[in-house]
Design a protein around this ligand. Structure first.
Ligand code: ZN
Length: 371
């Protein structure tokens, strides 16, 4: 069976090849991550800072990549790139394949897929050829006002035991930094056609539509709950994407792994990088396996626990989900030119547009209740 989300980029044939192979080497991955985004032409920002930890002062750096830094708003896809530190051998050989090498690798894989589509749309808009289908409420110019930003947090892990002050060093720093960085009146958010409700003095946090945090993924089993009423709809959209891929037989389902997305909302939440953003009013979708993988924080969390069918399933879910959210479709210039992203109608089944999806964010704009 042929399908676009299977063919391009090439799928992983082993857990030590491609991005994942590079990320399964302890540390020393900042340069690698940076090189991937730089090659793709994304804007890079690093936020270095020194944090006080139970083992002394440590230098951290969050890595932030934005496709279009001039866009008024953004959806953030995030993961942490640090591996938990252990003082003694052999525990200090800890890799963290699911925690969080695989989620970072999935993100890199995703941006390689998205970049040509984003560039094509950008070129169309620049030439005044952005697609407008009024009857479907589809306007590429408007859609492109929401860019995608990747945030890779440093220092997620506690150095000793997880506490409010010994954990999520990078996320706490970034949320604080952004909440105190006010937008000046020339910021494009003021020109945006469909701006969100703004606080009296908007900060960078006001430009975030949603923060989607990936963690503890890539092993055979995942169970993803919704934790916040405000983003139940994002959870159910991701579930629908998984269901669609299943129905079209575009993903391999391992035995007993049919259900990855629960229909129930979990009350309470899980401590992770989203918390300092959540507490400042940012809308969160936490994509984390619950319960955690059995190998969590053990040496067993290495390449051997990763499952290729599960990784491929995540890669495809993320591609379709993100394309739908951003209003990107490889179908758009099918008639006008042949590119490597041009495919036949039949091939596009996994990426077919869901216009309902695009309309939903506007209906869900209010920041009221969460649970
Ligand atoms: Zn961890």
């Amino acid at each position: 069976m042929s399908c676009p989300i299977e063919l391009d980029p090439p799928q992983w044939n082993s857990v030590t090849e491609g991005h994942l192979g590079k990320l399964l080497i302890p540390r020393a991955l900042q340069n690698y991550i940076s090189s991937v985004f730089t090659k793709l032409g994304w804007h890079e920002e690093k936020t270095p800072f020194r944090g006080t930890t139970p083992i002394g002062d440590i230098d951290f750096t969050n890595l932030i990549y934005t496709f279009d830094p001039s866009a008024p708003r953004k959806i953030i896809l995030a993961a942490h790139f640090d591996s938990k530190w252990f003082p003694d051998s052999p525990a200090n050989q800890f890799i963290g394949a699911t925690d969080s090498a695989a989620p970072v690798a999935m993100i890199l894989h995703l941006v390689e897929f998205l970049t040509p589509l984003l560039n094509e749309r950008k070129n169309r808009i620049e030439k005044g050829l952005g697609i407008l289908k009024e009857e479907e409420n589809f306007d590429e110019e408007e859609l492109s006002e929401t860019t995608i930003q990747i945030v890779l947090f440093d220092g997620e892990e506690a150095f000793k035991d997880w506490t409010d002050t010994d954990s999520i060093y990078g996320a706490r720093h970034l949320a604080e930094l952004w909440s105190s960085t006010y937008l000046d009146s020339s910021h494009s958010v003021y020109r945006s056609k469909n701006k969100r409700r703004l606080s009296p003095e908007p900060t960078i946090l006001n430009t975030i539509d949603h923060l989607i945090l990936l963690d503890l993924l890539g092993n055979k089993h995942s169970m993803i709950y919704s934790y916040f009423r405000e983003t139940d709809w994002l959870h159910s959209k991701m579930k629908q994407v998984d269901d669609k891929l299943k129905n079209e037989k575009l993903i391999e389902i391992e035995p007993n792994e049919d259900l990855w997305f629960s229909n129930f909302r979990m009350s309470g939440g899980i401590g992770d990088d989203h918390l300092p953003f959540l507490h400042r009013g940012v809308s969160i979708f936490h994509v984390i396996s619950n319960p955690f993988p059995k190998v969590w924080h053990t040496l067993g969390d290495d390449a051997s626990v990763l499952s290729l069918p599960a990784l491929r399933r995540w890669n495809r879910i993320l591609r379709v989900f993100t394309c739908e959210y951003l209003g990107l479709s490889p179908t758009t210039d099918m008639k006008t030119k042949k590119s490597e992203y041009t495919r036949s109608n039949e091939d596009l089944v996994g990426l077919r547009f869901n216009f309902e999806f695009i309309k939903l964010p506007k209906l869900m704009d209010s920041k009221d209740s969460r649970s």
